[in-house]
Design a protein around this ligand. Structure first.
Ligand code: AMP
Ligand code: GLY
Length: 426
């Protein structure tokens, strides 16, 4: 079948890499793609939010399935838009995408279905005084979240109560535009996070993909501002059988059952952002897509052909299709532009190593004539697979070292916390 993949980041590079290996994929197109995705398929200059242009392209190129990399088209209703066509879309309906598009909806959904998550309340400009009173009833640190999509920047964690109250007012006053017209305030949870990815067919069938941990802060030792993600490791030592059993029975199954009970069609990836609170998994957030950069590690550990699984999920019947997961470890180290996640220069010439044992998933690159240049904060995701996390990390760090462009930065401590945990367990 011909497939159209939407997006332009490292996640889409990894999805394109995996999809292009499928016996079931005749032609792969990536819209808009980046300076590296053209090695797996053909880049097409269409915005993932321009549904009319996407439909026209699909009709002209006999596309049978659309795989959506980023959340915006899903939240904007791409699944619903293509309902009137024969084209399959891997993803939730617009109603399902609200699990990511509205934190207030997600929290209320979890409450309705008794899914473990931090206690919370939501406030608007009309209820700001109640919001302040609620903040004062909680213990520091204070967690404030913009209800809507805010490109990963809409969460503030603040130690000081007066500052938290001031930030609540600023958020409700438009700090994140319309996204923070409603603010969710929640209890702070303490623990280690991990990302669990589920592919569901909306009819009770699902597969759990390899679990990964990502590293959100820019600085080593988890310091400095949040980024889109500086690296990822899979597997995650604490996500053992016992923990995953709890995740399945308390979170995955109630989520899938809850969606069905509420009449919400969901045929795609559910990304559970979890936190391990003393051995008990709790949900920090839902996303309705794969994670970036987790996908750049997770795809390396999927041994099965992904396309039949995607197609079956989109058709609503995963049946007994196998999902084989490699016992090896995979990691990714994100090489970023100096200055990121603040302002950074673009257009810096990139030199890639002539040979490497890693896979280079382009994230923020583009080609200027024959020269590869930087075009984003996260530039290249350096992914490696080996028998152990430690060996895979060594490969990725060596390759990241060998990539050259002015201002290059990467974290040298990706996975260090998990290696320490694994050693403590011995
Ligand atoms: P979110 O966008 O909801 O994933 O939040 C971004 C990050 O903020 C998460 O990955 C956590 O590290 C942190 N965070 C969010 N909610 C909480 C919470 N209730 N307790 C502790 N940390 C949180
Ligand atoms: N890595 C976290 C995310 O994709 O949201």
């Amino acid at each position: 079948m011909n497939i159209l993949l939407l997006g332009s980041g490292g996640r889409e590079s990894a999805l394109a890499w995996k999809i292009s290996q499928s016996k079931s994929c005749s032609k792969l197109f990536i819209a808009p793609g980046n300076g590296g995705t053209d090695s797996y398929g053909e880049n097409v200059a269409i915005s993932p939010l321009d549904f009319d242009a996407i439909k026209q392209f699909c009709n002209q190129n006999s596309i049978e399935m659309i795989v959506v990399g980023n959340e915006d088209p899903l939240v904007a209703g791409i699944w619903d838009y293509f309902q009137s066509t024969d084209i399959l879309v891997v993803g939730p309906s617009k109603a399902g995408a609200a699990l990511e598009g509205s934190k207030d909806f997600a929290k209320a959904f979890m409450t309705r279905h008794a899914i473990p998550t931090a206690a919370y309340r939501s406030f608007t400009a009309d209820t700001v005084a109640e919001g302040e009173a609620f903040l004062r009833s909680l213990k520091a640190p204070y967690v404030l979240k913009a209800d809507g999509l805010a490109a990963g920047k809409g969460v503030l964690i603040i130690d000081n109560i007066d500052q938290a109250c001031a930030s609540l007012r600023e958020m409700l006053g438009g700090m994140f535009g319309a996204s923070s017209a409603t603010v969710v305030i929640e209890e702070f949870l303490s623990g280690i996070e991990c990302s669990v990815f589920v592919l569901t067919d909306g009819n009770g069938g699902y597969r759990v993909l390899p679990v990964a941990k990502d590293y959100k802060r820019i600085g080593e030792g988890d310091t400095g501002p949040n980024t889109g993600g500086m690296g990822a490791v899979s597997p995650v030592v604490f996500a053992n059988d016992e923990f995953m059993q709890k995740v399945t029975s308390r979170i995955i199954e109630p989520t899938i059952k809850g969606l069905k009970e509420e009449g919400i069609t969901y045929r795609g990836f559910i990304f559970l952002g979890l936190i391990n609170v003393g051995g008990e998994p709790m949900v920090i957030e839902y996303n309705v897509r794969m994670g970036d950069p987790e996908t750049e590690a997770v795809m390396l550990r999927i041994d099965s052909d992904l396309v039949p699984l995607l197609k079956a999920a989109a058709e609503g019947n995963l049946g007994d299709l196998p999902l084989e997961i490699s016992k090896q470890a995979a990691v990714t180290v994100m090489v970023v532009s100096g200055g990121y996640p603040g302002s950074y220069p673009k257009g810096k010439a990139i030199t890639l190593p002539a040979a490497s044992e890693s896979i280079l998933f382009h994230a923020g690159t583009r080609r200027e004539a024959e020269q590869l240049v930087t075009s984003g904060g996260r530039v290249i995701s350096v992914s490696s697979k080996a028998d152990t996390v430690e060996e895979a990390l060594k490969l990725s760090f060596a390759t990241a070292e060998a990539i050259e462009f002015e201002g290059k930065y990467f974290r040298h401590d990706i996975g260090a916390d998990l290696l320490r945990l694994a050693n403590d367990d011995k």
